[in-house]
Design a protein around this ligand. Structure first.
Ligand code: FES
Length: 121
């Protein structure tokens, strides 16, 4: 019998370190990861790379549970990473947990966590 692998939760920051309707970027060895905080204090994480032509989603505008890419205004659903119709594409999504005001990110074991470092966007 095999045991399902447990997620690895990486502590990122206090939720208040992410501006409401704003972002914070996690510089990571695998590539930047953007953390988004909605007006209702939900936090989502996506690869900081638009599925269209690679724009930095962390520089976009957060509204509802979407972010609008700063380059060509695609809307990306923060809950799934999927582009909103009629556009098609998907940014890599990472599970996020907020516990007692602290933000934790689940990064696949294939993505090294050793070089994680946070910086303000
Ligand atoms: S690169 Fe994001 S909409 Fe074009």
């Amino acid at each position: 019998m095999t045991t399902p692998s447990q997620p690895i939760w990486l502590h990122v920051c206090d939720v208040n370190a992410i501006p409401r309707l704003g972002t914070r970027v996690l510089n990571h060895a695998s590539g930047n990861i953007a953390l988004f905080r909605t007006e209702s204090d939900n936090v989502f994480a996506l690869r900081d790379k638009c599925p269209h032509k690679g724009g930095a989603l962390s520089q976009g505008i957060v509204h509802g549970e979407k972010v609008t890419c700063p380059l060509h205004a695609w809307n990306i659903d923060l809950t799934t990473g999927e582009a909103c119709a009629p556009d098609v594409g998907c940014a890599q999504r990472f599970p996020v947990r907020v516990d007692a005001g602290e933000v934790y990110l689940s990064i696949d074991e294939t993505v090294s966590t050793s070089a994680a470092e946070t910086v303000a966007a």
